[in-house]
Design a binder for this molecule. Structure first.
Ligand code: SF4
Length: 95
């Protein structure tokens, strides 16, 4: 990317019909960073319940983990830079 040196990948956000389950590791990480409570309820700062509902039905084909991941996992990923027009600006560092 020329306009953003931090960004290595532009990853399109896809719509899915059924939300992809977060892995136990992803849940533990979310709890670790205070974005999920003990009951497994997500608490993302600045994200309304309506947005959250929509985010649950989105996924990305992650170029770093080389698998399809729930967008929520991508959103809280260290490599997440921003999301513009349905594309994630991913720093692409090895994780
Ligand atoms: S921000 Fe993280 S989860 Fe999202 S595409 Fe990049 S490496 Fe994958």
């Amino acid at each position: 990317m020329d306009d953003n040196l931090d960004t290595k990948y532009l990853v399109p956000v896809k719509q899915v019909e059924k939300s992809i389950k977060l892995t136990p590791e992803a849940k533990a990480e979310l709890q670790n960073i205070g974005m999920m409570d003990d009951k497994g309820k997500l608490k993302l700062k600045g994200v309304s319940p309506k947005m959250l509902k929509r985010m649950k039905l989105e996924s990305v084909d992650c170029p770093v983990f080389q698998s399809e991941l729930p967008f929520i996992q991508c959103y809280v990923c260290k490599n997440f830079h921003s999301r513009i027009s349905g594309q994630v600006y991913c720093k692409g560092d090895p994780l």
